[in-house]
Design a protein around this ligand. Sequence first.
Ligand code: FES
Length: 109
Amino acid sequence: MRKSDLADGQILGLDVTEGRAQRRLIVIRRGDEVTAFENRCPHAGWPLDTFDGRFLSSETGGLICAAHMAVFDPKTGACLGGPGQGRGLTPVPVQAEGDSWLIGPATRA
Ligand code: FES
């Protein structure tokens, strides 16, 4: 993804195809820092965005799941409140390279 494709403060949903598998990701830019997560809430497995593809955030910048309002830290994916039951989002590595961000495969524990 080119850096110019993601504005400062933007939260973007991406559908990525890897072989036959389709993955949904969330990419978040705050200044020069970009984080990415699997778009799957640890509460009930729903995507975090609304039916029309928008992402919700709290006044303090927390990423809110549209399904049941669990709140996640946009830097770490840690659950900050709501029914996430302390489980965080699955991080996806992001690496800056020239004028692009390379968004890699999800890390799984
Ligand atoms: S699926 Fe996200 S809070 Fe329930």
